[in-house]
Design a protein around this ligand. Sequence first.
Ligand code: URA
Ligand code: SF4
Length: 190
Amino acid sequence: MDWNELEEQCKICKKCALYETRHNVVFGVGNKDSKVLFIGEGPGENEDLQGEPFVGRAGKLLDKMLTAVDLDRNKNIYIANIVKCRPPQNRDPRPEEQEACVNWLRLQVKLMKPKIIVCLGRIAAMKIIKPDFKITKEHGIFFERKNTLLMATLHPAALLRNPAQKPDAFNDFLLLREKIKELCPETYKN
Ligand code: URA
Ligand code: SF4
């Protein structure tokens, strides 16, 4: 299966009840040839309406933090979510919804072969890194899995609610930049 086939199939998915209320399936955005993958939790209202991840207020903050470490969703990273359809009222995606949807993400990972995966927030970290992940204690730590490094940072929406955590998150991005330079320096070419 190639990227186009995968996206086509994902966009007609009805594997969980979230399909009933969605306006758009939010498949992902960015450079599919890049080696750095960011994973959020699921689309919010703006994302559902526009069909792109992280385009609301949290997304603007994310873009600012990415820019600060020379990353850009249109150039050298890819961004996707655990669930591709918006949970009503922005509630947390349910375990069965995450389980139904994460296979799409697994197929994205298989095609992309990222060297570094960054989980945005606790929900993504618990699904991708480990079920008992503690975001306040374990953000910024790199976990090795096969040939990939996994790390989580604070969710940008959480930073909007609690700006005092911004320096912690920024420090995670600085650590990330060093790791990228070490493992996939091509990310920063031209
Ligand atoms: N929050 C997320 O986790 N993902 C998005 O795409 C937008 C907000
Ligand atoms: Fe399919 Fe995922 Fe949407 Fe559920 S959230 S309908 S599994 S694409």
